[in-house]
Design a protein around this ligand. Structure first.
Ligand code: NI
Ligand code: MN
Length: 228
C-alpha cells in the first residue's frame, strides 16, 4: 500500500492513500500551472492550510460537487459553513486526529490567513500526515523559516513539500536551511514560478540542496506524481 502524491503546480496536490482521495489546497481556477480540469477532480477529503485565495481555491465548489469532507482550522471551517459546505472537520495548530486516511496534525506556519472576502481565517498551518502504513508527509504550507522545523524533523519525515518562491514565503536560501532542519528523506520544492514575483531557478536550488544535505531532491513538473 503506497501513497501517490500528484503536484498540480503552486501548492495544489492530490493524494491517493489508504483507499482515499485527498486534495490539498485545491487552487485550480486561475492557477497558471494547472493542467487538469477542476470539474474532473475527485476527492473524499480536502485539506486547506490557510485562507488565502491561492490555497482555499475551489474548495467550496469541489466540496459541494464531490461531497468531500473539508479539514482546516476552526475559523476556515466556520467560514466554509457559511458558504454552504456542510461536511467539515475543524482542527488547530498542534492538534492531530486519526482520520480514515491517516493521522493528520496541523503544524505551525508563519504567514497570514485572511479569507478571500476579508474574513478572519485564524492561524495559517502546515500539515503533517502519517499515512496508514506509517509514511510521514509534511506540507509546510506558506511559511517563513522557523527553528521548530527541527522538532518536526525529529518525527522522521519521509517526504516534505516546502516553498522556495520567496516574497510571500521562504526563499531559496531559507528553504535550504529548512531542509537541514527537517532532514526529510525526499524534498520537493513548491510555491515558485507561479507568477513572475516568485520566479526561481529550481534546478539551481535542487543542486544546492543535494550538496548540503543527504536529502534526495525531486523537482516535479505540474501533473507529475511521486509515490512513497
Ligand atoms: Ni498564502
Ligand atoms: Mn500562497
Amino acid at each position: 500500500m503506497s501513497t501517490k502524491v500528484t503536484w498540480h503546480g503552486h501548492a495544489t496536490f492530490d493524494l491517493e492513500t489508504g483507499g482515499y482521495r485527498l486534495l490539498v489546497d485545491p487552487y485550480f481556477s486561475g492557477n497558471p500551472l494547472v493542467k487538469v480540469d477542476k470539474n474532473s477532480v475527485q476527492a473524499d477529503f480536502i485539506l486547506v492550510t490557510h485562507g488565502h485565495g491561492d490555497h482555499v481555491g475551489d474548495t467550496v465548489e469541489i466540496a459541494k460537487r464531490t461531497g468531500a469532507m473539508v479539514i482546516a482550522n476552526t475559523e476556515i471551517v466556520r467560514w466554509l459553513g457559511k458558504q454552504g459546505v456542510q461536511k467539515t472537520h475543524p482542527q488547530h495548530i498542534g492538534g492531530g486526529y486519526q482520520h480514515p486516511f491517516g493521522y493528520l496534525k496541523l503544524t505551525q506556519a508563519f504567514h497570514g490567513s485572511s479569507l478571500p472576502d476579508g474574513s478572519y481565517g485564524g492561524m495559517p498551518a502546515g500539515l503533517l500526515l502519517t499515512t496508514k502504513d506509517g509514511i510521514k508527509i509534511y506540507f509546510a504550507g506558506d511559511t517563513g523559516l522557523f527553528g521548530d522545523m527541527a522538532l518536526y524533523g525529529d518525527e522522521g519525515i519521509d517526504l516534505a513539500f516546502i516553498p522556495i518562491g520567496d516574497n510571500y514565503t521562504m526563499g531559496p536560501e531559507d528553504a535550504l536551511r529548512a531542509v537541514r532542519l527537517l532532514r526529510p528523506k525526499i524534498v520537493v520544492p513548491i510555491h515558485y514560478s507561479t507568477w513572475d514575483i516568485i520566479a526561481q531557478d529550481v534546478q539551481a536550488w535542487a543542486s544546492k540542496a543535494a550538496e548540503i544535505s543527504k536529502t534526495q531532491v525531486q523537482v516535479l513538473e505540474p501533473g507529475d506524481s511521486i509515490s512513497v
